[in-house]
Design a protein around this ligand. Structure first.
Ligand code: ATP
Ligand code: MG
Length: 355
């Protein structure tokens, strides 16, 4: 049945646990789209090695953590497939072929790569494999011949590269005319659909910390110690919200504050279902008529209401890692079936099918 639905691929790097940025950027959409698409969710453990090659045990633990987070957040293994990237070799094989279709200067212009080098403090000594990971991501997606990818804003450059590789491959090896509309590539003989991206309702959730010296708010990220996790209990959420950055010029409750670029209010805008309260409270904040504590306490209520059910379900799955591993094993087998078929078809198109 499910094979008649269009395929959806998305995933996460096991560099920690899932946080609110993942939820609004991607996971919320993934949960909602499970009935309409044949869904594949990958845990990108190979890519975790790009920034923490010296910590394999941590990556291993994080693979299980992310899988547990998925199940707790509502990804249903009866409808969707969850798998481990390193155990699906066709992805690695396709990465090599696809790397030929991406000019090196094109890769170096990728703004997300530049941001990550800066924000993760990678300096100029990052491994070659770090530059390879966006190409690997192209293969993650194309190896399933996916049609849609729900992701956050930082993934736009990677997705654009994926679309370019799909067009290039289809033109070079499948004889698709370069004037073809993106949606017609497969209809006109291409192997790879030109994938569409689906951004979350908040494309880039900021972290709980303040701005950088340049005045930018960093995105919430597992690696930047500025995240509220889907596995945080109510006390932890309260502690994190209470210590959240707000407008430093606002010393007393009676000083007017700015709601622009202020994580507290950005969080209310994203998560508080009571829009009328948010607008009214923001107006009061700008006039110095509401204290940080009132809006923080409100935010704690809102976030606990969202995360608590996920947290409770997570406790159940976390108590049974054997069950989580069984889900991963079954999902990985299914991912191998599909990606091996793609690899076979890709090699045929590239005239490298010998035996
Ligand atoms: P890392 O710090 O290791 O890069 P991360 O927190 O950025 O981790 P990823 O695994 O790189 O998480 O991203 C997984 C998915 O979640 C991607 O689709 C990404 O766009 C989305 N995402 C991550 N952080 C955010 C955020 N703060 N806002 C919106 N979407 C996000
Ligand atoms: Mg990231």
């Amino acid at each position: 049945m499910s094979s008649h639905k269009p395929r959806l691929v998305s995933g996460d790097t096991p560099t920690g646990r899932l946080h609110l940025g993942h939820w609004v950027g991607s996971v919320e959409n993934r949960v909602a789209l499970q009935d309409d698409y044949d869904c594949y969710f990958l845990i990108a453990n190979v890519h975790a090695f790009t920034t923490r090659m010296e910590r394999p045990l941590e990556i291993r633990e994080s693979v299980l953590d992310i899988a547990t987070d998925y199940l707790a957040a509502g990804i249903d293994p009866k409808r969707s497939t969850i798998f481990i990237q390193s155990e699906v070799p066709a992805i690695a094989e396709l990465t090599f072929f696809f790397s030929m279709l991406i000019p090196y200067p094109r890769l170096m212009r990728n703004p997300t790569i530049k941001d990550e080098i800066r924000d993760k403090g990678l300096g100029d000594n990052y491994p070659f494999g770090f530059l390879l990971y966006p190409v690997g991501q192209v293969a993650d997606i194309l190896s399933f011949r996916a049609e849609i990818v729900p992701v956050g804003e930082d993934q736009i450059p990677h997705l654009e590269m994926t679309r370019e590789v799909a067009r290039r491959f289809d033109q070079l090896y499948c004889g698709v005319d370069s004037h073809t509309e993106d949606r017609d590539y497969v209809k006109n003989g291409g192997l790879f659909p030109v994938v569409e991206l689906k951004l979350g309702r908040t494309r880039r959730l900021v972290g709980t910390g303040g701005p950088t010296p340049e005045g930018n708010l960093l995105k919430m990220s597992k690696s930047l110690n500025n995240a509220i996790f889907l596995s945080d209990d109510a006390d932890t959420i309260a502690r994190k919200v209470k210590s959240m950055y707000t407008d430093p010029k606002r010393l007393k409750a009676t000083d007017p504050g700015t709601t622009e670029n202020n994580p507290l209010w950005l969080f209310h805008e994203t998560f508080n279902p009571d829009k009328a309260w948010v607008e009214e409270a923001k107006a009061r904040y700008r006039e110095g008529k509401i204290g940080d504590m009132e809006s923080k306490n409100r935010l704690i209520e809102v976030l606990v209401a969202l995360i608590e059910p996920i947290y409770q379900r997570r406790q159940v799955f976390a108590a049974d890692p054997g069950q989580v591993l069984a889900v991963l094993k079954e999902g990985t087998a299914k991912a191998n079936d599909i990606t091996q078929e793609t690899l076979r078809l890709a090699k045929m198109a590239m005239k490298q099918d010998y035996f």
